[in-house]
Ligand binder design. Sequence first.
Ligand SMILES: Cc1ncc(COP(=O)(O)O)c(C=O)c1O
Length: 400
Amino acid sequence: MTTNKAHFPLKEQFQLPKDTIYLDGNSLGPLQKLVNKDLSDVINTEWGEHLITAWNIDAWMEQPLRVGNLIGKIIGAPEGSVMMGDTLSIKVYQALSAALQMRPTRKIILSDSGNFPTDLYIAQGLIAHLNNGYELKIVEPEEIESAISKNVAAVMITQVDYRTGRLHDMKSITQKAHEMGSVMIWDLAHSAGAVELDLEAINCEFAVGCTYKFLNGGPGSPAFIYVRPDLTEQIAPALSGWMGHEAPFAFDQSYRPALSIERMRVGTPPVVQLSILESALQIWHNIDMKELRTASIALSELFIEQVEKRCPQLILASPKNPEHRGSQVSFKFKNGYAVVQALIANGLIGDFRAPNIIRFGITPLYISEADIHKAVDIIVNIMENNLWEDPKFNKANRVT
Ligand SMILES: Cc1ncc(COP(=O)(O)O)c(C=O)c1O
């Protein structure tokens, strides 16, 4: 039965600027109109009138778990297994430090060259801090499965490559990790809200992700961490903050972790950001991820077909097979940065990743087939007329 399921696109629910085609929801999702209204209540009523009592009467204290349960539905995780808070970099740290505790005799953290740099940097920082012979081994994405051995403590990879959109096979990699006795950590930054996920079936130990991309939680919205329920009480949190204590308001002098996913909390939650996210997540109640994925593939295939036909200068950097691609399409071009600046100036927002990748996020919630055709027309105009050569498009900004 799909009677109350959403039909795409749901563009009218988003507050998108006129005359702009937004193909960058894989980087920062847009604002929804409902969020604007709900945010006003949080600021003016909850904070403005209820003041500190809002922690109880507006259930701010329960919010990190409440929102985690909403995310859980999108990623196939059971109630009580997902906690919100902090940034994704911090959630990577929490997951990795817990994974190393679980395999004390193993010294290798395995990752791949398609991983996002912060994940690798966090691993490097943790290794230096522990100073106990750990090693970060980075292999090519295609080699990850064969590189998992009985020496590997944790496999830590991102499912969808931020540059190319290449999609890892979660099931077979997790299975191999488990055959070798390694702990599996998935970074779902480019997966949550983009592809179908079933963490319970995948059976990985940990998963982390951000909420400002396909989940539209706004700039800086808090990250999530999933811990497989049977492990929650076994891990001693490396970031043992008071909010993860069993009884924060007992103000004990010794840390005692909460007997639930609450132990993954650290400090005071960002209530305003979490409220924006909670409101932004309401749209997912009626969304069938399978239908969303089908729509994403159809739009991506159309986009690739049209760009390849009309702009041969742009070389597809994403996998051709949609089953091996997340919800983004990337092309290679030597002057990719300037091209992206020219596209933005002409009403199409995408982004650039060094050294030569032009990225486009395909988000069926607010992108239609007509938008794809318009986007391709803009790209053709920029490329055929070499508009990107204008010096003003070659001036580097701090964020690309
Ligand atoms: C895979 C992945 N991990 C981590 C991050 C960044 O994490 P943070 O939210 O801490 O900036 C990103 C940002 O795009 C990402 O793509």
